[in-house]
Structures are given as structure tokens and as C-alpha cells.
Design a protein around this ligand. Structure first.
Ligand code: DLL
Length: 433
């Protein structure tokens, strides 16, 4: 039987949800108008006041915000309350420009923890479970978010943080961890290390994993599920909106339910900013509905995905988002063709490789070049050049049919590509350097 953390909201009727969203939106817009001069100025520029916003249908009148606004306003410019009321900050892992710093009041953290608790319960967690949180703790939101959710559910929480892989495996075994929370690339690394230690799925008590913070393919899910002997659930979120738990997967494993009583989603055309109808692929934009310290109106996430209100077998009525394909800024444009790293990953996994790869992009004689370094698995490792060249050709053909362009493929020996303990760095774009 399906279990919920907050059934009244997770399974609310459409009318109830719309009423909740309308009421919260009006309050949030007024809160922003009165407390965040930066956003108020943008509203004034567009000639809109809180009186113009009577329901969600008026959302399109509001200005949008982007990462550039967050950088402009760094560090305190988007604060929605007295700093004294804030109890925590988190910050993005971005490597370029100023980091984004998000603020939280105690109430903001309470609501965030509830969102993560919904995700854990949807993955089958109860107070009988031992939940190992192997996302990084610190400025990154992954550790703190899932830790807070795990406390709410009453799991025994193991705050392992990321790294020290052998110790992670020891804790899973010795403390009987049943739920693992980490990035999918780290889950893949853990399972690889387990194999090297001679351990299989039957040697560990894990039953579910909650994996997110980066794009991962359906093929990678199958791989992780088989090698760890668990059900693998996706979880999505971003620091600007709190962290993990903006949306989460249920037993149906077919996309993530958005906690739309807290975060109102829209899909826009990333080029024109036009709002697209349900079912169209575009950039995900969120309006926070009840944040105090860091409220955001129509924030452009740059994540590309599709929303769907199709009925879900789990009974939740929360709108679903498909697995994000990646960020619009992760999308590579190679010789005029759009390429997402997740498409390359799909080809590799379909050909029996693990997700250990690196994408090298360059430019020679004004033409873009695309090379994919792919690790052979220990089982397929060989020094037979004929065999290697056949394997490379198969991958080149597979990528040509998936991407529509030719990539160079170079097979490398097992364990030559650096493993990631957090978000994996898959692309090196030498055109930008
Ligand atoms: O990655 C929050 C998080 C922690 C989510 C743990 C899930 C689990 P940021 O570091 O601010 O926050 O990065 C946010 O990561 O805009 C997406 O591009 C990407 N992302 C997050 N979750 C997913 C996912 C955290 N499940 C950015 N699938 C987002 C694809 C994801 N991309």
C-alpha cells in the first residue's frame, strides 16, 4: 500500500491545490513587494503591483529572475526578512562567478525538511529504516536536506557525507543501512567498489536509493538497480529554492512529483520567454509560494524538461516533471547540433559500458570537434586492437544515430577516468578555455 508523508497535499484535489496556490501566491508576492526592493524594482519596471496578481493565472504578469539577478544581488540583495531571523545559509557549487548564497529562517528549514520527508516516504522509508546520507554536508544542500527529511520520518540517520568509499560500504553493512542517499554517479562508484571487494547485492541490506543533484539516464537507473539490488528513485532540487525535495519520484518511477504547494512550476521557451503548454519541452521556471528568507518569483532554472498532469499510479496528484535532460547551459552545441551529455550516456549504457566517460570538445580549423573517452569494463578489457577498433566503431555508429553527428570515440583502460564523490564533471569544453 502506498504511504504518504502529507497525504492532504500530496493527494489533494485539483480545486484544493489551486486554492492553496492562489492564496499562497498572493501572500508571497506581497511579501516580496514589501521586503525585497530588488524584485520590487523589477515589478515596477514591468508596471505590475501586488494588486494586479489575483491568482496563479496572473503569474505571467510578473518579471522573471535569473541566475544573473542572484549574482547582482549577492549576498544580501534578495533577502526577504531581517538577517537576524535567518538561521542558516547554503551555497551553490557553481565554479564560475560569484556563488549564490541562499538564506533560511527556521520555518523555511521546517518546510524544506517536510519536502524531503515526502521524498523519503515515497521511496518506502519508515521509522524502521536506517538512512545513510552520502551527499556532501556543508554549503551544498544535499546532505542537510536529506538529513532533515530523514529525521522527520524517524529513520536512524547515518550522516556519512561523501567520500571514504570503503567506510561507506562498511557502514552500510555494519549499521544495516536500508536507504542510501547520494548522487547517482557516486552510487555507481560505490557499486563498482563493492564488486572489487567481492560483494554483491545480496551482501548488503539496502532496499532503496534516493539519487539526484545531477542528470542521469534511465539506463543508469537500471544499472544501479541491478548492481545494488535496490529500487533507485530520482530527486530534484536547487539551492535557490531550498535544495533537494523540490520534486521527487514515487513507486511509479516515471518522473518526479513537484511539491507544487510550495513551488509553482512553469515551462517556457528558453529563447523567447513565452510560457508553453503542458507537455512541451522547455526551461523550467519556479515561483516559491511560501518562502520567507529567500523568496523567488519566476526563477529560471535553466533545466530543460517536460511537465505532465497524467494520473499517477501512486495516487499523488502533484504535477510531475520528466527527468531533466540537463541544463540549457550544459547543452553542447557541436557543429550547430544540440548535444546533451545524457544522450551520450544512454548510448554507452545501451552498449554494455558503465557511466565512466568524459566528453572532450574542441575546435580545429574553425570546426567543432567532439571526442568521447569511454572506459572499458574489466570484463571487456583487452589489448586486442582489432577488438578495440570494432568496439569503437560500434559506439561511433550508436552516437551518430542518437546525436545525428559523428563523434570520435576512444576506449581507455578500466579505472582511468576519475570517479566523482559528488556531482560528476563529464564535459571538458576546450573552446571556452
Ligand atoms: O543539486 C540540490 C540537490 C541535492 C538535488 C541533492 C537533489 C539531491 P544545486 O547544487 O544548487 O542543488 O544544483 C541544482 O542541479 O538546477 C539541476 O541542473 C541539477 N539537478 C538537481 N537534481 C537533479 C536531478 C542541488 N534529479 C541543479 N536530475 C539543478 C537532473 C538535477 N538534474
Amino acid at each position: 500500500m502506498e504511504r504518504y508523508y502529507q497525504q492532504d497535499m500530496e493527494c489533494a484535489s485539483r480545486e484544493t491545490m489551486i486554492a492553496v496556490q492562489n492564496e499562497k501566491l498572493l501572500k508571497q508576492v506581497r511579501h516580496v513587494w514589501e521586503n525585497v526592493p530588488y524584485i520590487r524594482a523589477k515589478m515596477e519596471e514591468k508596471g505590475v503591483t501586488p494588486d494586479d496578481i489575483k491568482s496563479i493565472d496572473d503569474l505571467h504578469k510578473l518579471p522573471m529572475l535569473s541566475k544573473a539577478d542572484l549574482r547582482d544581488a549577492y549576498p544580501y540583495g534578495l533577502l526577504g526578512c531581517d538577517l537576524k531571523k535567518c538561521v542558516r545559509i547554503h551555497s551553490t557549487s557553481g565554479t564560475t562567478g560569484k556563488r549564490v548564497v541562499a538564506f533560511y529562517t527556521a520555518e523555511d528549514i521546517e518546510l524544506w525538511n517536510q519536502c524531503c520527508a515526502r521524498a523519503l516516504v515515497a521511496a518506502g522509508a519508515t521509522d524502521e529504516d536506517v538512512c545513510q546520507v552520502s551527499y556532501g554536508y556543508g554549503l551544498f544542500t544535499g546532505g542537510a536536506g536529506l538529513d532533515g527529511g530523514s529525521h522527520k520520518v524517524g529513520c536512524l540517520t547515518v550522516p556519512a557525507s561523501s567520500g571514504n568509499t570503503d567506510r561507506q560500504i562498511m557502514f552500510i553493512q555494519d549499521l544495516n543501512a536500508t536507504i542510501l542517499c547520494c548522487t547517482p554517479s557516486y552510487a555507481a562508484y560505490l557499486s563498482e567498489r563493492m564488486k572489487e571487494m567481492g560483494l554483491g547485492p545480496d551482501d548488503i541490506p539496502l532496499k532503496a536509493g534516493i539519487f539526484g543533484a545531477e542528470a542521469w539516464s534511465e539506463e543508469m537507473r537500471q544499472d544501479i538497480q541491478n548492481t545494488l539490488g535496490i529500487k533507485a528513485f530520482d530527486i530534484y532540487g536547487l539551492t535557490e529554492l531550498s535544495g533537494p525535495g523540490v520534486s521527487f519520484e514515487c513507486s511509479d518511477q516515471s518522473g518526479m512529483h513537484i511539491n507544487e504547494d510550495h513551488f509553482y512550476p512553469e515551462i517556457i521557451d528558453p529563447d523567447t520567454g513565452e510560457v508553453l503548454p503542458e507537455g512541451c519541452e522547455g526551461e523550467l521556471v519556479f515561483t516559491s509560494l511560501d518562502k520567507e528568507a529567500f523568496p523567488l518569483l519566476r526563477y529560471r532554472t535553466r533545466d530543460i524538461c517536460v511537465l505532465s498532469r497524467e494520473k499517477c499510479s501512486c495516487g499523488r496528484t502533484l504535477i510531475k516533471m520528466k527527468k531533466p535532460k540537463g541544463r540549457s547551459d550544459d547543452m553542447l552545441i557541436i557543429r550547430g547540433v544540440n548535444v546533451f551529455p545524457s544522450q551520450i550516456e544512454t548510448v554507452l549504457l545501451n552498449h554494455g559500458y558503465a557511466a565512466n566517460y568524459q566528453i572532450l570538445v574542441g575546435r580545429v580549423n574553425n570546426t567543432d570537434t567532439l571526442e568521447v573517452l569511454v572506459e572499458m569494463t574489466p570484463e571487456m578489457f583487452t589489448d586486442n586492437l582489432g577488438e578495440i577498433s570494432k568496439r569503437q566503431k560500434d559506439l561511433v555508429d550508436g552516437m551518430k544515430s542518437m546525436l545525428g553527428i559523428k563523434a570520435k570515440v576512444t576506449l581507455v583502460a578500466p579505472k582511468t577516468i576519475t570517479r566523482s564523490e559528488g556531482k560528476a564533471v563529464r564535459v571538458i569544453d576546450n573552446r571556452k578555455i
